[in-house]
Ligand binder design. Structure first.
Ligand SMILES: NC(=O)c1ccc[n+]([C@@H]2O[C@H](COP(=O)([O-])OP(=O)(O)OC[C@H]3O[C@@H](n4cnc5c(N)ncnc54)[C@H](OP(=O)(O)O)[C@@H]3O)[C@@H](O)[C@H]2O)c1
Length: 294
């Protein structure tokens, strides 16, 4: 922890969301002066960041030294049906944040959370391999371009773990509930990803907030797997029967509105070489997360 990080606030935008509900208590427990923001939760300072004047007034009041932006419209199908909503929340809000930093507080560093959904195609992706297949990915990529207008660390990631937020369920929350209710659980054998646990991601975000590297970085786990293998590994780590799980191909279902990428596994050469940060193994992350459910 450095001195400037202690004396001026770190502002977490979207602190009421799923990742924010892990990151905010984590950084508070580490002794940082955190201010949490939400669109609508009374537990935090509230502001609609899509509104440029409201966003600027809010950030003027906090005067942060670092902004960690977790705000997003993460419902992939809603983004496809309402691209304007995707633009407003995933792009316009970032434009407003970057505009405020540029004109009011140029020394403020932005950590902006993006997604592995900007990738597709075989096998694993370096940061330059962008391939967009849906409106959510398009809006998140456009949000990255807006963040690049200032000194920003852009984190492309995907995460899982026990969500502390009862209104926002993670992939492992959904799997845990389905497995315990003996529901039939369809799992995709042809969709590959390399997500990281929320707890490991929080530690890496802390490091990035201290070191403030400028650029785009993949942050996930090593040796990604299919969503089906992930689900079976999670059930095994929980010691729950996986007999209700069914391996299917994503093209067999017809209720998704947006096309999904089938291959989002990430390469970590850049963050490793530039920051000396090593990503954990996905199998170890699954076992770590499973312990939190037991
Ligand atoms: N969830 C995933 O698996 C995943 C995977 C990869 C990347 N990501 C990225 O990681 C980030 C965090 O994801 P998450 O799952 O934690 O998101 P989330 O649970 O959906 O939370 C979104 C946050 O944004 C706030 N928000 C929404 N619209 C707003 C607006 N107009 N003005 C101000 N705040 C607004 C929400 O406030 P309220 O609580 O008041 O609504 C909430 O705090 C996002 O950028 C997402 O794209 C997520």
């Amino acid at each position: 922890m450095n001195e400037s990080a202690l004396s001026e606030p770190i502002l977490i935008l979207g602190a009421s969301g799923m990742l924010g509900s892990s990151l905010t208590p984590y950084l508070l427990s580490r002794g940082y002066p955190i201010r949490g923001h939400s669109m609508s939760s009374d537990a935090f300072d509230q502001a609609d960041l899509v509104d440029e004047a409201e966003a600027a007034k809010f950030m003027d009041r906090i005067k942060p030294s670092v902004i960690i932006n977790l705000v997003g419209l993460t419902d992939v199908d809603r983004c496809e049906i309402n691209p304007d909503d995707a633009y407003r929340v995933n792009v316009k809000s970032v434009e407003n944040i970057a505009h405020w930093i540029k004109h009011q507080r140029p020394n403020c560093h932005l950590i902006h959370i993006s997604t592995d959904q900007v990738y597709d195609g075989w096998p694993i992706h370096r940061e330059s391999d962008v391939r967009i297949v849906n409106c959510y990915a398009f809006s998140k990529y456009a949000g990255e371009l807006a963040a690049k207008g200032v000194a920003a660390t852009i984190v492309r990631t995907n995460f899982f773990g026990l969500s502390p937020n009862s209104k926002r369920k993670s992939l492992t929350d959904w799997l845990f509930n389905a497995l315990n209710q003996n529901n039939s659980v369809p799992v995709f054998e042809d969709v590959f990803f390399s997500p990281i646990s929320m707890s490991s991601l929080c530690e890496i975000i802390e490091l990035l907030a201290l070191k403030k590297p400028v650029g785009v970085f993949n942050v996930g786990s090593r040796e990604g797997m299919s969503k089906a293998d992930f689900a079976f590994a999670f059930a095994k780590a929980l010691n729950i029967s996986s007999e209700n799980m069914r391996r299917i191909k994503i093209d067999e279902i017809d209720f998704l509105k947006a096309k999904r990428p089938k291959s989002m596994c990430m390469d970590y050469t850049y963050i490793n070489q530039k920051m000396g940060i090593f990503m954990p193994l996905l199998q170890n992350e699954i076992e770590l997360v499973a312990r939190a459910y037991l």
